[in-house]
Design a protein around this ligand. Structure first.
Ligand code: ZN
Length: 212
């Protein structure tokens, strides 16, 4: 079944010149949150569009926190889109800490720092779900923009499954691998080992650690 298109009164669009390049900024009210798509290059973009679906991470995206790789991925995705000349970044709000919210996310950080729990156990020990993110708004936004199939910049197989389930064909997955650092290596390993993310760059970090 085709995705319902978002109503006109819930969409606004303008030009947005950024340090990384020039985009059309399309704001959407959908799914109880306001989201934004940054569209680069000549439209329409329909098939095999280079796309990043990025979940909001205030600490990583805005403050440059090094305990996750979100901010680096955001910048790298935008740079890749600009380099290719065409593509879309969908920025999903209301997805802090894989959906638990900002206050709860910071509580998990306390447990990670003080008790050595990983990103999964620190959530479950607070009685919180590990991942409640809903990618339906991303699929609706992409459909609204006329996109039918994407090359998705992601390391997360769940994201691909969810977009496909909601009518966006993923013709390729483009890895978005950030070099790990001492602050986020444990987090990234937990994402790889416990959440099934494909993060082959971590193996090299282990080698580097051993050889000093
Ligand atoms: Zn983050």
């Amino acid at each position: 079944m085709p995705q319902p298109i978002i109503a006109d009164e819930d969409v606004a669009e303008s030009e947005l010149v950024t340090r990384r390049g020039k985009f059309r900024a399309v704001a959407f009210a959908d799914g109880g949150h306001e989201h934004m798509a940054l569209v680069h290059g000549r439209r329409p973009l329909r098939e095999d569009v280079l796309v990043r679906v990025h979940s909001e991470c205030l600490t990583g995206d805005i403050f440059g926190a090094m305990r996750c790789e979100c901010g680096e991925q955001l910048g790298a995705a935008l740079d890749t889109i600009v380099r290719e000349g065409r593509g879309i970044l969908v920025y999903l709000r209301g997805q802090e800490g894989r959906g638990i919210g900002l206050v709860a996310k910071v509580r998990t950080h306390v447990l990670q720092d003080e008790q050595g729990l990983d990103t999964v156990d620190s959530a479950t020990s607070l009685g919180l779900p590990v991942d409640t993110r809903d990618y339906t708004p991303a699929a609706r936004i992409l459909s609204h923009l006329g996109v039918r199939s994407v090359r998705l910049m992601s390391n997360n197989p769940d994201k691909i499954a969810s977009l496909e389930e909601h009518g966006i064909k993923v013709t390729a997955r483009v890895p978005l691998l950030m070099p790990p650092n001492a602050n986020n290596i444990a987090y990234l390993r937990a994402k790889r080992d416990r959440l099934g993310h494909d993060l082959p760059q971590l193996d090299q970090f282990a080698v580097r650690e051993r050889h000093g």
